[in-house]
Design a protein around this ligand. Structure first.
Ligand code: NI
Length: 255
C-alpha cells in the first residue's frame, strides 16, 4: 500500500480529545504513515510536541498562528525555542498573516511573524506559513527576512501570480482538502502549475475535510482522498504521487 504523509494537521485539537487513538488507527489503516502535527500557540505547541513523543508516526512544528498574535507572552520566542530543541520538532509554524479574519491587529501579526522567522533562521529550521488575503505582505516580509531553510505555503489558495511568487522564493506549496470540492476548478488549475518537486499535501485537520466528508470533522486518514484527487488531476498514479510528496517533505523537513 502507498504510504501517505499528511504534512499539516492539528491533533491537539479538542475535537480529538475523546478518540485520538481511533483517529490515528484509521490513519494507519488508510496508509498514512507520517503526520506533521502543527502548533498554533505557545500552549498548543507544547501539546503537539508531547504528542510527537508518544506516537512515533507523529512529528511536530511549533509556532503562533496570526489569529492569536496579540495574545503571546512576553517570552514567547524563548518558549518556542525551548520546545524546538526537541528532536521531534521539524519546523517553526504555523505563522504568517491573516487579513481575512483580522483576529489580531495587523501590526502585531507582522511583529510576531517576523520574530518567528528570525527564530527559524537562528535554529536553521523551515517555516510553515499561513497566509490568507495577505499574500502581498507575507511575500514582502519573506523576501526581506529570507528564511535560510525556506518553508511551505500551507493550505494554499491564491492567484497564479501569488503562487509563482512563492515558488520564485523557493517555497513549497501545500494543497489541502478544498482541491476535492466540485467548485474548485481554479485550485485544480493552479495545482498543475506547481512543479512536482515543490508539492506537498495535507489535511489541516480538523478543518477543511475533503469530499465526501466536507463540513464534518477532518482527520489524517482523509488525506488519502486528497492524494486521489490530486493524482487524478495530475494524471499520476496515487502511489507515484505519494512517493513524490514523501521525497519533497523529506527534503524540506528532514534534511
Ligand atoms: Ni493549520
Amino acid at each position: 500500500m502507498a504510504s501517505f504523509i499528511d504534512t499539516h494537521a492539528h491533533l491537539s485539537s479538542a475535537r480529538y480529545r475523546s478518540d485520538l487513538d481511533s483517529v490515528l488507527e484509521r490513519a494507519r489503516a488508510a496508509g498514512v504513515g507520517t503526520i506533521i502535527n502543527v502548533g498554533t500557540d505557545e500552549r498548543d505547541s507544547a501539546e503537539v510536541v508531547a504528542q510527537s513523543e508518544i506516537f512515533p508516526q507523529v512529528w511536530a512544528a511549533v509556532g503562533v498562528h496570526p489569529h492569536v498574535a496579540a495574545e503571546v507572552s512576553p517570552h514567547f520566542i524563548e518558549n518556542l525555542a525551548a520546545l524546538a530543541a526537541n528532536r521531534r520538532v521539524l519546523a517553526i509554524g504555523e505563522t504568517g498573516l491573516d487579513f481575512y479574519r483580522d483576529l489580531s491587529p495587523r501590526h502585531q501579526q507582522e511583529k510576531v511573524f517576523r520574530e518567528q522567522l528570525a527564530l527559524a533562521a537562528a535554529l536553521n529550521k523551515p517555516v510553515i506559513i499561513h497566509s490568507r488575503e495577505a499574500h502581498a505582505q507575507t511575500l514582502a516580509v519573506l523576501r526581506e527576512m529570507a528564511p535560510p531553510r525556506l518553508g511551505v505555503a500551507h493550505c494554499f489558495s491564491g492567484s497564479l501570480e501569488e503562487l509563482n511568487a512563492f515558488l520564485e522564493l523557493g517555497f513549497y506549496i501545500s494543497i489541502a482538502g478544498p482541491v476535492t470540492y466540485p467548485r474548485s476548478d481554479g485550485l485544480r488549475a493552479l495545482l498543475k502549475e506547481i512543479p512536482a518537486d515543490r508539492l506537498l499535501l495535507e489535511t489541516d485537520a480538523p478543518y477543511l475535510a475533503p469530499q465526501p466528508h466536507r463540513g464534518k470533522r477532518n482527520e489524517p486518514a482523509f488525506v488519502k482522498l486528497t492524494y486521489e484527487q490530486v493524482a487524478l488531476t495530475l494524471k499520476m498514479e496515487p502511489a507515484q504521487l505519494a512517493h513524490q510528496v514523501r521525497a519533497n517533505a523529506a527534503r524540506l523537513f528532514w534534511t
